[in-house]
Design a protein around this ligand. Structure first.
Ligand SMILES: Cc1ncc(COP(=O)(O)O)c(C=O)c1O
Length: 455
């Protein structure tokens, strides 16, 4: 029996094998030979060597990260995307593809309630969307100082060492990548403290503006759904303060923005429409195949800071639709197609239901955990992430963190459940993520009880 069949027969959602064993199983796949093999044989080889070590995102026991199995409408579009393999940079290479990306960008702005002049561009991932947003922020900062960042780079600033970006201490590490790539270094990141719900503390934010000097701050990032705990920063307050200070405000909604479509959760996201830019990953809970990411800007002209023309491609006099003028990828995938087919197939009502389901599961499980002996909820969840500790009676306080690590390792080595862990202040917390609608509160509680029984 193949390992994949064995996984199905048992409760395994992945093999749980060690890196050595996985490498050993995969080694036949990188023995490139002179003679090719029929696809049927190739399939059999993959089934044997690779598939058992892949994670089954469709299982409700997968509660680890933001990955999910493809939604059928999205999969349908993705198959067509591959079949036609369109590069959708401009009209020359794909009239239908280029136009559809442009139309979809506007439709998404409308769907999220962004202002009438807003626009969007498809990106490879949230990391690159955040990078581009911060480039735009830095560019506008340069404009305020009377020069063009595209031409002069950061040496155009009088004091390039005095360029700062404010974000919560729980902001995603892609911001570090961004400031590294922009040549500013990690020292340019000014972390703002979070409150007990891990949301950015607005008083501390104000203090940091004063201490850093408002003229030195080129951007502020608020996170709408942090990666660690799913907390949503107070978007309205942060946006209003930043706008008053004339500082570019970016919302990193890579994970959380989708939940603003659920009416009961929408109030948490109020103020998103004030931001200069917002990033979002449909390849997370929307179930659209990876890669699929979107960057929104409040004013369509903001993308002009990205524009590059060339004589043979994207000439300046061309008036046809040209998504390639709004972001860096020159050969760009037809990411709009699977997103569109997914939305059309499900309809907005079903999408809201799909998004609401894991949020409700987490909320319900959190209430239950609060009443359970030896389980301690770390914070009230804003979105789809549940963080808790197992604290058995009589355990020494200095052993609590080690115990969570031990529980995590034990569960992951069995391959029957996948969870994750995070740091909340100095606490190590077990972290359960519900992204797929398959994950219900009972599945989350089963994992929490399993953690407790291991302890
Ligand atoms: C809040 C947040 N921002 C950015 C990212 C990076 O997105 P990607 O993994 O698509 O690069 C993530 C990924 O989980 C995230 O949660």
């Amino acid at each position: 029996m193949s390992d994949e069949k064995e996984n199905k027969k048992t409760a395994r959602i992945f093999s749980g094998a060690s890196p050595e064993k996985v490498a050993q199983d995969l080694s036949p796949l990188i023995h490139f030979k002179e003679q090719g093999m029929p696809l049927s044989e190739l399939r059999a080889l993959l089934e044997k060597s690779l598939f058992p070590h892949l994670m089954n995102y469709a299982s409700p026991q997968f509660q680890s990260m933001f990955n999910t199995f493809p939604e059928p409408g999205a999969k349908f579009g993705a198959v067509l995307e591959i079949q036609y393999n369109q590069g959708v940079t401009n009209w020359q290479v794909s009239p239908g593809g280029a136009m559809l990306e442009e139309l979809c960008a506007r439709a998404l702005c409308h769907m999220f309630g962004f202002p009438p002049d807003s626009d969007a561009t498809f990106m490879y991932c949230g990391t690159s969307a955040n990078l581009q947003a911060l480039f735009l922020a830095l560019h506008r900062h340069a404009e305020k100082q009377g020069f063009d960042l595209c031409q002069k780079g950061i040496t155009g600033f009088e004091n390039p060492e005095k360029l700062f970006l404010l974000c919560s201490e729980d902001a995603h590490f892609s911001l570090k990548h961004a400031v590294r790539t922009l040549g500013l270094g990690e020292k340019s990141l000014v972390p703002v403290k979070v409150d007990q719900n891990r949301r950015m503390d607005v008083n501390h934010f104000q203090q940091k503006i004063d201490q850093t000097g408002r003229k030195n701050i080129f951007g502020v990032v608020a996170t709408a759904g942090t990666t660690s705990t799913g907390s949503v920063d107070p978007l309205s307050l942060i946006a209003e303060i930043s706008i008053n200070e004339n500082i570019w405000v970016h919302i990193d909604g890579a994970y959380g923005l989708a939940y603003s479509l659920v009416p009961e959760w929408e109030p948490l996201f109020q103020g998103k429409e004030l931001a200069d830019s917002v990033s979002w990953d449909p390849h997370k809970q929307f179930g659209v195949p990876i890669p699929n990411s979107v960057l929104f800007v409040k004013n369509e002209q903001d993308f002009e800071r990205m524009t590059l023309y060339s004589d043979y491609f994207n000439p300046s006099q061309d008036t046809h639709p040209n998504p390639g003028l709004k972001s860096a990828p020159s050969t760009r995938p037809f990411s709009a197609l699977p997103l569109i087919t997914s939305i059309l197939h499900q309809g907005l009502k079903k999408i809201r239901h799909r998004l609401r389901s894991p949020l409700e599961a987490v909320k319900k499980a959190a209430v239950q955990i609060q009443s359970e002996p030896e389980l301690e909820l770390c914070l009230k969840p804003d979105t789809g992430i549940l963080c808790f500790q197992v604290v058995p009676k009589n355990i020494k306080p200095d052993k609590i963190n080690d115990l969570q690590e031990m529980i995590y390792n034990e569960i992951m080595s069995k391959g029957e459940n996948a969870l994750s862990k995070t740091k909340i202040g100095d606490k190590t917390a077990l972290r359960l993520v519900a992204v797929s609608p398959a994950v219900q509160s009972r599945h989350l509680l089963e994992t929490a009880y399993l953690c407790r029984s291991i302890a």
